[in-house]
Design a protein around this ligand. Structure first.
Ligand code: 5AD
Ligand code: SF4
Length: 472
């Protein structure tokens, strides 16, 4: 199994006319928020062909697996899911129904032809950069002319080919993702992203602003800008100059209705002063930042090719908190990168103690074929990784709980997004992304109200409405 950055590409010539026939579409999404966004866009491009979401794969005329390759046995998970879908496809075929199975995302990009070899009942294999071509691929697959594979990195930007209509999937949603940047040129030693998602590229400013306006018009108030390296954003501005993320944020903040702006995932190296100052100037920029550090040891950070030291990370955090004292941080950590000693791991624990995270994701290093660290000497034994992960996660859980405890008793703005599980309950989102439950009327859904936090649970908060005053 090797990485194939630029795989085979089918040349497409057909076009597909809009269809009124209703067809079922079932999308299974693994991995990051960018995959969630991509799955929504794939549904968008298939809607004019009559495809509507269905809950169960058994009722679907088309099933898409949108896959992730970042850790663990990603490809094996995909093949085991495909085995299950094969049975569904055969059962439907016995009833005279066709089922198109498509494998999309980063496993598709990395494995390409291998998927068709091991699972010949798959009809379409497409990488993350070609889903705007899905209608043509579906037309070809439906003609039963054999499988279609398109893991190209095309010259055209897929975003230019997505439906213009007010993003229908966001109707009735008050929060949404918006991908503004893709790919990565940083080549961290452990990571497959530069191979599966390709080189860094940013959408032009006008295209991002137009999509954000459409989302706001359909009711979205809390938007998360996405990119593998979102703060490396360098989109072409309407004035022909290159805009950074800070400049884009100031412009987005002017869009009526968009009251909350977030971005993820950022790299410490791209956390420039302009962006830090935007956190000072823009109340719309939420005080919660996902800024992965991966390790607190300078030796390991260098081996990881991260391009920053632990103290540089500490300095960025100090600067951010100086301009926005309520800013909370979230991060990603890897334990057991090749060469990591007990001292290196202790440096990570010390960085965590110094910074204090509100939330964090931590992983055992997993060898990704084709990446530099995979073949490195001094791989860390599994039991050592396990012990380090447990110690780190215990500390991070404690910090998450301490952060949530600081909110109890405070009054905070909550954007209500839907019904809670219990009768009479509604649920909303805090500025720090926690779900928060209160007793309150449905009529508040879609609005921001002041809530006094009364209790902290592991991953959520409870609260009471403060005289039902709308938050100004
Ligand atoms: N092993 C373990 N964790 C990894 N990540 C990326 N690649 C690997 C790997 N090979 C983690 C990093 C990254 C997050 C999305 O996944 O912490 O920030
Ligand atoms: Fe992967 Fe590093 Fe790029 Fe993040 S910055 S996507 S970890 S290579």
């Amino acid at each position: 199994m090797g990485l194939r950055p630029a795989g085979a590409s089918a040349v497409m010539t057909e076009t597909t006319a809009p269809s009124s026939a209703r067809r079922g579409l079932h999308v299974i999404t693994w991995g990051c928020q960018m995959n969630v966004y991509d799955s929504a866009r794939m549904s968008d491009v298939l809607r004019p062909l009559g495809y509507q979401p269905v809950e169960l794969p058994d009722a679907a005329d088309m099933i898409i697996l949108n896959t992730c390759h970042i850790r663990d046995k990603a490809a094996e998970k995909v093949f085991s899911e495909l085995g299950r879908l094969r049975l569904i496809k055969e059962a439907r075929k016995a009833e005279g129904q066709q089922t198109i199975i498509a494998v999309a995302g980063c496993v598709a990009q990395a494995e390409g032809q291998e998927i068709l070899t091991r699972a010949p009942y798959v009809d379409i294999v497409l990488g993350p950069q070609t889903y705007h071509r899905l209608p043509e691929m579906v037309a070809r697959a439906a003609r039963a002319g054999g499988a279609v594979i398109d893991t190209d990195f095309p010259a055209e930007q897929k975003f230019d080919f997505l439906p213009e209509a007010a993003a229908p999937q966001t109707k009735g949603n008050y929060t949404s993702f918006l991908t503004i940047q893709e790919g990565c040129d940083k080549f961290c030693s452990f990571c497959v992203v530069p191979y599966t998602r390709g080189a860094e590229s940013s959408r032009p400013v006008t295209s991002v602003l137009a999509e954000a306006r459409r989302m706001a018009e359909s009711g979205v108030q809390d938007i998360t800008l996405l990119g593998q390296n979102v703060n490396a954003y360098h989109g072409e501005g309407p004035d022909g100059t290159v805009w950074g993320l800070a400049q884009l944020a100031y412009e987005l903040a002017k869009i009526p209705g968009l009251s909350r702006i977030r971005y993820s995932t950022s790299h410490p190296r791209d956390m420039d002063d302009a962006l830090i100052n935007a956190h000072r100037d823009l109340p719309e920029l939420m005080p919660f930042l996902h800024l992965p550090v991966q390790s607190g040891s300078d030796r390991i950070l260098a081996a990881m090719n991260r391009g920053h030291t632990a103290d540089q990370y500490r300095d960025i955090v100090l600067k951010l908190r100086a301009v926005r004292p309520d800013l909370a941080l979230s991060s990603d950590f890897i334990v057991g990168h090749p060469g990591e000693t007990d001292e290196d791991f202790e440096a990570t624990m010390q960085l965590v103690r110094d910074v204090k995270f509100a939330l964090a994701y931590s992983f055992k290093y997993s060898q990704r074929p084709g990446t530099p660290a995979a073949g490195a000497p001094l791989q860390v034994p599994e039991d050592v990784k396990d012990a380090r992960l447990q110690a780190l996660q215990a500390l991070l859980r404690q910090q998450q709980d301490e952060f949530n405890a600081t909110l109890v008793g405070k009054t905070i703005p909550v954007l209500f997004t839907g019904e809670g599980r219990k009768p009479g309950q509604i649920v909303g989102r805090s500025p720090w992304l926690q779900p928060i439950h209160v007793q309150g009327p449905h009529s508040l859904i879609g609005q921001t109200f002041s809530v006094k936090v009364t209790e902290r649970l592991t991953n959520s908060l409870s609260g009471e409405l403060v005289e039902e005053t709308e938050y100004a």
